[in-house]
Design a protein around this ligand. Structure first.
Ligand code: ADP
Ligand code: MG
Length: 323
């Protein structure tokens, strides 16, 4: 790619005022705020696996950063800097301009600076490494849930997965429902303010990228506990709620990925504080179950009877792929 340096200069070089050194040298130089520790995470989006190859580049730029911001949200960290590594089949200026517009639009909203990356030719592949800061010892981890804790979920679930089914012509949605579900799939809103508001309150947290059952399952495993989920209290996206209880739609609600909401646990008696955190962060919160002793996850209906669990969440190396 002969124009690699032009391409970086044109599309990926922006001021990074809080970095000591940003794009253009062999490495960026960053100073961590005293008393804070770094939260570092990487997420890769591969054409054909995480998005369709003809995806709109503006939305793709947004989503590439959003999924990484969501990891910072889930840790209770303030996102600060990102590195963007791209593999591109060709240097398509219009595509890159739209992609970087989506990427930097979201970066500006969250005060995140692009400080480096790598650019090569190859199959379309987008990888972001993000660095955030969290007061030492206060990160929201997956391993802190205890029996008796309440389980909460932010926002709405299942809309992104239903939007994907619509794109793949597996589900038929009217234009209004399709618009809402595709927005959830293509332009997820990372719950960064909520993650910050949950510091000192949540005992464990995770972002829902692979479906509620799978991601709550990670909290259960890391914390060595079990859970009961109250099916009627799950916050289904409106288009999902309107189509329940069709099994594929129920699978979107429980096992569909890409919503990027937060699932978190809170010690008992803190519901009022959780509501305050939700209001401060501007997102609805639903109490959906509780942590119990033991292992595994039970789904309960309105009468407290156990329900069968549908297909598991998205597992790239598993046999079953949920929508
Ligand atoms: P090197 O040869 O040292 O790896 P590169 O030529 O790959 O350097 O990159 C030159 C500079 O541009 C580096 O500072 C690198 O971090 C930055 N850079 C490369 N690609 C990107 C990108 N897609 N986004 C942001 N910065 C990038
Ligand atoms: Mg390089």
């Amino acid at each position: 790619m002969s124009s690699e340096f032009d391409l970086i200069a044109r599309h990926f070089t922006r001021p990074a005022p809080t970095a000591r050194l940003g794009v253009g040298d062999d490495a960026a130089l960053l100073g961590c705020t005293p008393g804070m520790e770094l939260a570092v995470s990487s997420d890769m989006l591969v054409a054909g696996t995480h998005f369709l190859a003809d995806a709109d580049p503006l939305s793709l730029g947004h989503k590439t950063l959003a999924v990484n911001l969501s990891d910072m949200a889930a840790m209770g960290a303030v996102p600060r800097w990102v590195l963007l590594s791209l593999s591109l089949p060709e240097a398509d200026d219009a595509w890159l301009a739209a992609f970087s517009q989506g990427f930097f639009g979201l970066a500006a909203r969250f005060g995140v600076e692009l400080v480096g990356g790598d650019t090569t030719r190859g199959h379309l592949n987008l990888c972001v490494t993000i660095l955030g800061e969290v007061p030492a010892g206060q990160a929201l981890r997956r391993d802190g849930a205890r029996p008796g804790d309440d389980i909460w979920v932010s926002g709405e679930l299942g809309g992104a997965a239903l939007g994907l089914r619509h794109l793949l012509r597996d589900a038929e949605l009217d234009p209004e429902a399709a618009g809402a579900c595709l927005a959830r799939l293509q332009r997820p809103e990372p719950r960064v303010p909520l993650g910050l508001a949950l510091r000192g309150l949540a005992s464990a947290a995770i972002d829902i990228s692979d479906g509620l059952l799978a991601d709550l399952g990670h909290i259960l495993e890391r914390s060595g506990v079990a859970a009961e989920l109250d099916y009627p209290s799950l916050p289904a996206a409106p288009a999902v709620a309107a189509r329940l209880p069709a099994p594929p739609v129920m699978a979107c609600l429980l096992g569909g990925g890409d919503d990027y909401e937060l699932c978190f646990t809170v010690p008992p008696g803190q519901a009022a504080a959780v509501r305050v955190a939700g209001q401060a962060a501007g997102v609805a919160l639903s109490r959906v179950g509780r942590i119990t002793a033991g292992a595994g996850l039970r789904l309960l209906d309105a009468y407290g009877r156990e329900m069968a669990l549908p297909a598991r969440g998205f597992d790239h190396f598993g046999a079953e792929h949920a929508a």
